[in-house]
Design a protein around this ligand. Structure first.
Ligand SMILES: Nc1ncnc2c1ncn2[C@@H]1O[C@H](COP(=O)(O)OP(=O)(O)OP(=O)(O)O)[C@@H](O)[C@H]1O
Ligand SMILES: [Mg+2]
Length: 232
C-alpha cells in the first residue's frame, strides 16, 4: 500500500502539488485523473524520487518512508515505473532494454522472467530489434515489460494508453487486471481515457491545479465530476 500525506511540490516558485493526500490500496488499480497540466506526472515523479517534495510531505510504502530515499533504492524496494511517453532506450535491443531493468531486482536474478514474455510474446519475437524501431504500441508494451523485469510490488504507469490503438489498449488493460488478480500487484495509473478507467480501475482520485478535488470508486465516477473536472 502507498500512503501519501500532505504532499506538496514546487518547480521554483510555482507550486504544482498542494497538500495531496492519497491511499493506493494493495491489489487494486488506483487511477489518477485530471486535465492536462494539473500535476499528475509531477505527482508520479515525486513518488518515484525523481523530484523532491517540499518539507512536511510524506510518501510511505507499506509503512516505509520513501521521502529522501534515492530513486534506485525505491525501485529496489518494489516500485516499478512506466513513464509518460514510454522512454524506452531506442539504441539498444528490446532484450537489452529488459535486461537493464533486472538490475533493480530485489532477488538479484539476472534472467528475464518467462511470464513477462508470456504477457508480451511480441517482445520475444522482436528481442533483437532496436527499441527505437518498434511501433508506438510495441514500445509501450516494452516499457511495461521493462518495469515488470524489476519485479515490482507496486506498478506506477503514466498514461499507458496515450497514442495507442484500441486493440493494444484493451490488451494492456487485461494485462493490468491479470497482474492485480493473479500476482496481487498494486497499480497506480495516471489515465485520461475514462472508459479504460471504468473498465480496469477500482478507485480514483481527480486532481485539479495540484489538489485532489474528488475521489471514490470508479463505479461512482459521475457525470458531474466528469463535466466539472475532466471534460475539455
Ligand atoms: N520541469 C518543469 N519546470 C517547470 N514547470 C513544470 C515542469 N514540468 C512541468 N511543469 C509544470 O507543472 C504543471 C504540472 O505538470 P505535469 O506534467 O505534472 O502535468 P500533467 O497533469 O501530467 O499533464 P499532462 O496530462 O499534460 O501529462 C504544468 O503547469 C507544467 O507546465
Ligand atoms: Mg503528465
Amino acid at each position: 500500500m502507498l500512503t501519501i500525506k500532505n504532499l506538496s511540490f514546487s518547480y521554483g516558485s510555482i507550486q504544482t502539488l498542494n497538500s495531496v493526500d492519497m491511499e493506493m490500496e494493495t491489489g487494486q488499480v488506483t487511477c489518477i485523473l485530471g486535465r492536462n497540466g494539473v500535476g499528475k506526472t509531477t505527482l508520479l515523479k515525486n513518488i518515484m524520487g525523481i523530484l523532491d517534495p517540499l518539507p512536511g510531505s510524506s510518501i510511505q510504502m507499506d509503512g516505509i518512508q520513501l521521502i529522501s530515499m534515492a530513486p534506485h533504492r525505491r525501485a529496489k524496494s518494489g516500485l516499478g515505473y512506466v513513464p509518460q511517453g514510454r522512454q524506452i532506450f531506442p539504441r539498444i535491443t528490446v532484450e537489452e532494454n529488459l535486461k537493464v531493468a533486472l538490475q533493480g531486482r530485489r532477488d538479484g536474478s539476472r534472467i528475464i522472467p518467462e511470464y513477462v514474455y508470456e504477457l508480451f510474446p511480441v517482445l520475444k519475437e522482436m528481442g533483437g530489434r532496436m527499441g527505437g524501431d518498434l511501433s508506438g504500441g510495441q514500445q509501450q508494451q516494452l516499457a511495461i515489460a521493462r518495469a515488470l523485469c524489476g519485479d515490482p510490488g507496486i506498478l506506477v504507469l503514466d498514461e499507458p494508453t496515450e497514442g495507442i490503438q484500441p486493440n493494444i489498449i484493451q490488451q494492456i488493460g487485461e494485462i493490468l487486471r491479470e497482474l492485480v488478480e493473479e500476482r496481487g500487484m498494486t497499480v497506480v495509473l495516471v489515465e485520461q481515457y475514462l472508459d479504460f478507467v471504468k473498465e480496469f480501475g477500482h478507485n480514483f482520485y481527480v486532481m485539479n491545479r495540484g489538489r485532489v478535488v474528488a475521489e471514490g470508486e470508479t463505479s461512482e465516477l459521475s457525470d458531474d465530476i466528469i463535466s466539472k473536472h475532466l471534460s475539455v
